[in-house]
Design a protein around this ligand. Structure first.
Ligand code: GLC
Length: 440
């Protein structure tokens, strides 16, 4: 890439992270998401590690300070009481603060998000120049993240398969993925008469529908009635899914914890992580790999059935070294083929849903658009396996989209389409963070 382009992108990305910085954490976007989100925070910390290590550490410290007593790391931490005015559903609707496990000093949601923090901590540690001076931070963060994984394996894997479940679609990070349609088709939620805030900031056509929201709110309602008790929720919630992106990210984080445990001197934690990872790798390959598709699929534990949907998130386990060589080759062929790059093979990687799927929508959130934080994961994964052509393409497409459209939340994967292909929030933090990594 030309030096001038690089400088401009880097300056712009830094400006965005600084704009979205709030004393000790980064908001994903100043208008749309005014609090701290778990996996955003992880990516944002990696972005900061390229320009300001103090902010990178502070981001993680703030996030971990909201950990629940049972180890859960919440998907949103509502850092101030304006939550209910600025965002819906806020702390009141979630009602998670009634749970005896919730933290006392701050309100949070009672659900989690993809467990990126293990590999985030390793990334920060590698970039740290004075490792000795910050050893305490790294060791205590390690133990908090380890406790989070322990919670996931203890409370979220009822059949002991090494595959943890998610109990709300928001836990997947891919909020309105077409995969969830299969679950929604099994029951009817009540209709909620509420005032959404997201559609006042972003065009309706780029966001989940009103009916989708009824499902999302209903799951929160049921969780609240269970007072966020895990075993009650497992009985009562209609949404209990083994998700390949969530488990692939968990495996990648396990691997990082294994490396860090060696450095920090935590032998028993290390052997526990090794055991977890053998199981998760096996579970992903034996249960979730879909040979006919060339990527990983989903399993619905409530309705005891597979959901095979060609999502971009189904490639994520490649980051953790999970697929065999043969599977990885099938995945490389799949992602470079028509389903993901379109009939001229020239689309932008990687769409969140195959462009040939009947449910594909080029602009609606997780039903088609490209997300750069997922691209970051895929780029690493394919590179690690030696598929440099795929990795280079993902990186090149990510940079091209930002240069063409701006630092948006998500992007149109179709080449030469009309209008700006950047959608959702602009000046988006994790888009900036990923670009900082890619150009450094
Ligand atoms: C949306 C995304 C989710 C993200 C959040 C904040 O809910 O689907 O993945 O964490 O916004 O950016």
């Amino acid at each position: 890439m030309e030096t001038q382009n690089k400088i401009n992108l880097s300056a712009e990305a830094s400006r965005i992270l600084n704009k979205n910085w709030r004393k000790s954490f980064t908001v994903p976007s100043s208008s749309l998401y005014p609090f701290q989100w778990l996996w955003d925070s992880g990516f944002n910390a990696m972005g900061w590690a390229n320009i300001n290590m103090d902010n990178a550490r502070a981001e993680i410290k703030t996030l971990l300070s909201a950990q629940w007593k049972n180890g859960l790391l919440p998907h949103i931490t509502f850092h101030d009481d304006s939550a209910d005015k600025m965002y819906f559903p806020g702390a009141e609707f979630h009602g998670a603060y009634h749970s005896p496990n919730s933290p006392e000093h701050v309100k949070t949601t009672g659900m989690t998000q993809p467990p990126v923090l293990g590999f985030v901590l390793e990334y920060l540690y590698e970039k740290e120049t004075d490792k000795a001076a910050h050893l305490e931070f790294y060791k205590s963060s390690f133990l908090a993240i380890y406790a989070f994984h322990k919670y996931l394996y203890t409370d979220r894997d009822p059949n002991n398969e090494g595959l943890v479940y998610i109990r709300h679609n928001w836990e997947s990070g891919s909020d309105n993925s077409a995969v969830w349609d299969e679950v929604w088709s099994t029951y009817e939620p009540p209709s909620y008469d509420v005032e959404r805030k997201d559609t006042t900031h972003v065009d309706q056509s780029q966001r989940p529908t009103k009916r989708d929201y009824d499902y999302y709110l209903n799951l929160i309602d049921i969780s609240k009635q269970c007072n966020y008790d895990e075993s009650k929720m497992l009985d009562d919630l209609p949404f209990v899914i083994q998700d390949p992106m969530f488990n692939g990210i968990l495996a990648a984080s396990n691997k990082s914890l294994i490396k860090l445990a060696d450095i920090f001197g935590f032998p028993s934690e290390k052997s526990q992580c090794v055991d977890w990872n053998i199981k998760t790798t096996g579970g992903l390959n034996e249960k979730l790999y879909d040979e006919t598709q060339g990527l990983y699929r989903y399993y619905d534990l409530k309705n005891e059935r597979y959901i095979s949907m060609p999502t971009g998130m189904g490639f994520v386990p490649i980051m953790a070294g999970v697929p065999t060589r043969v599977q990885a080759q099938q995945m490389a062929d799949k992602i470079m083929g028509e389903d993901f790059t379109g009939s001229n093979l020239d689309g932008y990687l990687c769409p969140s849903l195959s462009v040939t799927s009947p449910s594909f929508e080029h602009n609606r959130y997780w039903r088609g658009p490209v997300w750069l934080q997922v691209n970051w994961i895929l780029e690493r994964g394919f590179r690690e396996y030696g598929f440099s052509e795929v990795a280079d393409r993902i990186k090149k497409d990510s940079l091209a989209l930002v240069i063409k459209d701006g630092f948006y939340e998500y992007f149109n994967p179709i080449k030469n389409s009309e209008g700006n292909g950047g959608y959702g929030g602009n000046d988006f933090s994790w888009t900036a963070a990923v670009i900082l990594d890619f150009i450094n």
